[in-house]
Design a protein around this ligand. Structure first.
Ligand SMILES: N[C@@H](CCC(=O)N[C@@H](CS)C(=O)NCC(=O)O)C(=O)O
Length: 123
């Protein structure tokens, strides 16, 4: 039973991901020097995610629109990133943005909070 629920979940998620891909539109464009600076800043961020999770798709869409090359880390069963998310972030819930700061690492959960954070820094 669990297998079929997961199958339906993944099929639906895959469909949403496909629709997202088709309807994404264009990315934000910046002067090369500005984009370069932003890419350096973004290298301190990574997104823990599942491919077919609708909240992750929503977050990836915002990341795409903002033209941010944030590293995506697959946190599904069997991945070392899953353990990292649990141990360091505190729970298995995606999406989660890992933010590396000068002196500490922060783990930001909730798609709306992540998008708000990214917009406030990079929009
Ligand atoms: N309110 C959260 C919901 C996130 C959520 O429910 N994520 C699911 C995946 S779609 C999750 O991480 N579930 C835990 C699991 O699958 O182990 C958000 O907007 O980010």
């Amino acid at each position: 039973m669990k297998f079929f629920i997961n199958l339906i979940r993944n099929l639906l998620g895959g469909l949403i991901a496909l629709i997202d891909l088709i309807t994404r539109g264009s990315k934000q464009k910046r002067e090369p020097a500005v984009q370069q600076r932003i890419e350096t800043e973004v290298s301190r961020l990574s997104l823990y995610q599942f491919f077919a999770c609708p909240f992750c798709i929503k977050t990836r869409r915002a990341i795409y629109k903002l033209n941010l090359p944030i590293e995506k880390r697959n946190a599904s069963q069997g991945s070392p990133y899953r353990d990292e998310l649990l141990v360091e972030g505190g729970k298995i819930q995606t999406p989660c943005l890992r933010i590396e700061k000068e002196d500490k690492v922060e783990w930001l959960y909730e798609s709306s909070e992540i998008i708000k954070y990214l917009n406030s820094r990079f929009a």
